[in-house]
Structures are given as structure tokens and as C-alpha cells.
Design a protein around this ligand. Structure first.
Ligand SMILES: [Zn+2]
Length: 455
């Protein structure tokens, strides 16, 4: 049977790739209203491809925001059901000038597809669509499959919770499978056993009621940019430990065993630094880089602006300064609690010379999958079958806010089976997905279904 899968995939690999490229050509940027029609066009194409690939039924379903695509192939209600979650929306492509080629004109170079959404998440969820096709066309599907492909992941899935809540029967499954993350490398495959949560806020600091002449007023009136920078700088101490009182209270420390297991993941600091173009790494004292990006919570400034940013010089003391700030959270931190903590802390440390307007953007809870669950075991065996190595369980640094919502609403465990790489430039210019990884994912996924069905 394995030979049949591989044979089918080899015969169709060109089309499998072309279909992914077709999806990548649609600029489905959920954050921008000008792409509303592209979002719809993309959802329609996903629906059509689900039908072409073997789903009995597929529809574009409305939400209060961008639509959700649902599809299913039910072979026998008595058999286990796998719900595949993914998203067809992408991050904005800006800054465009840093792209080597158009973000929505996919280019293949050195075995990689360069385009926004190639790894996050069109190329990855589409592996499941082609895996379905493989199993259907070779008469070897052993599970029921449902697809939930949403269009608002990159803006925090504001409408998915209510959608899932309203369609619990439709989405009922025995396990949820997600490919929206990365693995360590092709030589050292890994499976994420958790993702970090997120709190995201914006803060606007206002000083004088208008932009002032920096010669006439400078020195006598607080500069909102300087003040905001000081406030932000104070969020970390000299050990890069976060200074907000209570921030770490709910953090469950990883056990020494877990840290040892994580420590087995290969890591070359010199290569890591040179790949990023930095001379020195940065982070919380007492933790390795893998730990800092996996088991520890963080605070990052995502954007900051104010004053004059045009060409040439303009001597101005600005009225306002603004920053977008996010925190990555680990079990058992609560997104709501940390958001409130962040907002009230920033308000409390602002000097009286400015006023602060701070508010929440979106958040998500951290999530963990037990490695002794049936789903994890099936995924581990599947990866072992096609990569020839038992995958290393790792905690992913990113966030998939929908995880805790899906588990809460559907009562089902989530398995992360990401085939991307950390250097795929997710959310950055020149996002790419290696074609080898795409094909390897399509090859591996059918084994997950088989092993899951056999348990
Ligand atoms: Zn994603």
C-alpha cells in the first residue's frame, strides 16, 4: 500500500505543486479590507480543491468576518474521524521592497517556493488535501476526514470560537491535526507538543496637545517618544528577566527531564547566529536559546512610531508616540490576566508628563499535547516511517490561539504536525517553503491516518 501512495504522489507531483502555487497567487491578506474579495476568491478555490481531491461535501460558510471553508469525506461513521485545521489567510506582505520577487507571484528557486503563505499556511494545509487525494484515489483511506480551513488566523481568529461553538456536531472528531508550525530539520524531524499563548496590546503615549518646535520647547516638555522608550526598556532587567510584578506567577517550570529531552535537539549556535546576521544572542539568563523560545514567556515590541519619519530633518517634539507590544505565554499563564497586567503596568509606570491610552488587540492561550496520547503516538510513528527517525518532541515558540478554543468547544486533543523550517521567513519578506518538505508532508500524512485508525 505504501508503494501505491508513493507511486501516486510521484506521478502527480507536478500538479500537486502547481495547485499550491495557484493558491499562493491569491493575495488573501485578512488584515486588509481591500483584500475582502481576494479572501472570498481564495475560500472558493479551497472549496473547489477539496471537492476535486475527494471530499464528498465542501462549503464556504459565513462568519461575522471572513468565511470558513469546511469539507468532509465520511467513509464510515463507526471509524475514527480526523479534523484537519488550517488557514487560507496570510500576513500582509510589507515591507515589499525587501522581497526578491513579488509576494503573490510565487517563484521557485533552489528547490524552494518563495511567496507569502507558502509555509504559513497554504502550502502546509494543502499537504493534507493532497494526502486525502492520495488515499482516496488509491482506495486506502481508513479514517473519516473533516477540514476546517479558516480565513482569520492571522488576525487572531476573532470569529472562529463562535463558529465552532455553533457547529459542534459538524466538526465532531476524535483528533484535530494541524500543520502550521515547523520541524527542527529534515535530518532531525520533530513534533511540537505545545505552542505559546499570546497577549497583544497597543499603547499610545501623548504629551503636548500638538507637535512642538523642538528648539522652542525641547528641554521643557516631556518627549513622548523618549518616555515610551524608557517605559519599554524598563520591562526587562539586566538579566533580561521581565520586571512586571506577577508576570511569572502562573508559569509551570519545565521539569529537568523535559529540559534534558529538549536539550537533545541539535543546535549550532554559530550557524544560528550567522543565519540571522547577529554577532551575539540575547535572552533571559539561565536558559538556552531553545528554552527561551519554547518554554519561557517573553515580551517583544512589534512596532514603534511617532514624530517625523519623512525625508530629511524636521526639528519636532512630537505630541504622540505609539507602540505595539506582544507577550508570548507558556502554560499556565492566562492571556486575559497577562493582557490586563501589561496594560495596568504600563499605565502605572508612565510619568505624569504624558497620558496613556493602552488597549488590547488579541490574545490566545498556551497549549500542550501529552506525548502519550493516541494522536501523538500516531504522528510519531508516521514521521518515523517516512523520515527513518523518531521525532523529537519540542515546544513551539509561536501561537495558535484557536487551539485552546478548539479543545474547549470540541473536547478533542490537538496534534501538531508541522513540516516547515524555522528559516521559512514566516511573517517576513521572502517567505518560502521547501518543495522537499511539501512532498515529505504529503507522503507522511497518510501514515498518520493509518496509524490513528489502527489504534
Ligand atoms: Zn499560520
Amino acid at each position: 500500500m505504501q508503494t501505491a501512495w508513493k507511486e501516486y504522489q510521484d506521478q502527480n507531483e507536478k500538479r500537486f505543486l502547481d495547485e499550491m502555487l495557484e493558491l499562493l497567487r491569491i493575495p488573501s491578506v485578512s488584515a486588509k479590507s481591500e483584500h475582502k474579495d481576494d479572501m472570498r476568491r481564495c475560500a472558493d478555490l479551497v472549496r473547489q480543491r477539496l471537492l476535486d481531491s475527494g471530499c464528498d461535501k465542501a462549503e464556504v460558510m459565513e462568519t461575522a468576518g471572513h468565511p470558513v471553508v469546511f469539507g468532509e469525506k465520511i467513509i464510515d461513521p463507526a471509524k475514527p474521524t480526523v479534523l484537519v485545521y488550517g488557514h487560507y489567510d496570510v500576513q500582509p506582505a510589507e515591507p515589499l521592497e525587501l522581497w526578491h520577487s513579488g509576494p503573490f507571484e510565487p517563484v521557485i528557486k533552489d528547490g524552494k517556493v518563495f511567496a507569502r503563505g507558502s509555509a504559513d499556511d497554504k502550502g502546509q494545509f494543502y499537504m493534507h488535501v493532497k494526502a486525502l487525494e492520495t488515499m482516496v484515489r488509491t482506495n486506502s483511506l481508513e479514517t473519516n476526514i473533516k477540514f476546517l480551513i479558516e480565513g482569520e488566523e492571522e488576525v487572531g481568529s476573532p470569529n472562529l470560537g463562535s463558529f465552532v461553538g455553533a457547529h459542534k456536531d459538524l466538526l465532531k472528531a476524535d483528533v484535530i491535526l494541524i500543520s502550521d508550525s515547523s520541524m527542527l530539520s529534515m535530518e532531525n524531524p520533530s513534533l511540537d507538543v505545545g505552542v505559546r499563548g499570546l497577549s497583544y496590546i497597543e499603547i499610545e503615549v501623548t504629551g503636548p496637545n500638538r507637535d512642538l518646535h523642538s528648539g522652542t520647547y525641547g528641554g521643557g516638555v516631556g518627549n513622548p517618544i523618549t518616555i515610551l522608550c524608557k517605559m519599554i526598556a524598563s520591562l526587562h532587567d539586566e538579566n533580561n528577566h521581565i520586571t512586571i510584578p506577577g508576570f511569572y506567577s502562573d508559569v509551570v517550570e519545565a521539569t529537568p527531564e523535559e529540559r534534558a529531552l529538549m536539550g537533545r535537539a541539535p543546535y549550532d549556535e554559530t550557524e544560528y547566529k550567522s543565519e540571522l546576521g547577529v554577532k551575539e544572542l540575547w535572552g533571559e539568563k539561565g536558559y538556552t536559546t531553545n528554552e527561551r523560545t519554547g518554554i519561557r514567556p517573553t515580551i517583544e515590541v512589534n512596532g514603534i512610531w511617532g514624530g517625523y519619519t519623512g525625508e530629511g530633518a524636521k526639528t519636532v517634539l512630537p505630541s504622540k508616540a505609539t507602540a505595539k507590544i506582544s507577550a508570548r505565554l507558556v502554560p499556565n499563564q492566562s492571556s486575559h490576566t497577562i493582557t490586563e497586567m501589561l496594560l495596568s503596568h504600563l499605565r502605572s509606570i508612565a510619568p505624569a508628563s504624558v497620558t496613556v491610552n493602552a488597549f488590547e488587540h488579541h490574545g490566545g492561550e498556551p497549549y500542550m499535547t501529552p506525548i502519550d496520547s493516541k494522536g501523538y503516538q500516531a504522528a510519531s510513528k508516521a514521521v518515523q516511517t517516512t523520515f527513518g527517525k523518531v521525532p523529537i518532541p519540542v515546544r513551539g515558540g509561536g501561537s495558535i490561539p484557536i487551539c485552546s478554543i478548539l479543545e474547549r468547544e470540541l473536547g478533542t486533543k490537538i496534534i501538531f504536525m508541522g513540516f516547515g523550517l524555522d528559516n521559512d521567513n514566516l511573517h517576513s519578506p521572502n517567505e518560502k517553503y521547501n518543495i522537499e518538505n511539501y512532498y515529505k508532508g504529503i507522503e507522511t500524512i497518510p501514515y498518520f491516518h493509518r496509524f490513528f485508525a489502527q489504534q
